[in-house]
Design a protein. Structure first.
Length: 189
């Protein structure tokens, strides 16, 4: 099965996810409206300046650390993730793929197919004119802290950080999203 507007809308009916930012002016219904209005253009890079992405918060199995990548284009520490591909079976599958590709991990110890949060964020000029806003759906995976990681072509560095002491280097305020990921993991795993 390939990703389609219909499959995204169907999957989202089972979700009860909210923005990690309690003051956000958008909801899961806002995401659904984007997909309904723009169809495939809302799913894939180059179709619409605002489009869905899928990311994954990789936590240690004891939930005390998070694996982050220093992104080349964004120049900040971020969770793994990115654009959807037509071959992805779902947004959860896209997050899984992105996490494995960008972390170099061979596998995850566990994974939640239910999202932990949603987040709309504007992009800087390094992302091009067709990519202005990412409407991200965040998922959570657990990984063995001792598992080998590899820096991908999209990153400068990959490393573990305590969830309560995130890096300052351009990351902005990741604490709400990381907090939502940890809370999701505590209730799911």
């Amino acid at each position: 099965m390939c990703l389609s507007p219909a499959s995204v809308l169907a999957d989202s009916q089972a979700w009860s996810v909210q923005p990690a930012d309690a003051g956000a002016a958008y909801s899961l219904d806002t995401y659904r409206d984007l997909v309904r209005e723009y169809g495939e253009a809302a799913l894939f890079k180059g179709g619409h300046p605002q489009h869905l992405t899928s990311s994954i918060f990789v936590l240690s199995t004891d939930l005390t650390e998070i694996l982050l990548a220093f992104h080349k284009k964004a120049h900040m520490w971020l969770q793994f993730g990115g654009h959807l591909e037509r071959e992805d079976a779902s947004l959860a599958a896209a997050a899984w793929r992105e996490g494995i590709e960008e972390s170099g991990l061979a596998a995850f110890a566990d994974f939640s197919p239910d999202p932990s949060d949603i987040d709309i964020h504007e992009l800087g000029g390094g992302f091009g004119a067709v990519c202005r806003e990412h409407w991200d759906v965040g998922f959570v995976a657990l990984a063995d802290r001792e598992a080998g990681v590899v820096v991908s072509e999209e990153s400068v560095d990959v490393r573990w950080f305590p969830v309560d002491n995130l890096p300052d280097a351009g990351a902005g305020d990741m604490y709400p999203r990381v907090g939502a990921a940890v809370a999701h993991a505590e209730s799911y795993f």
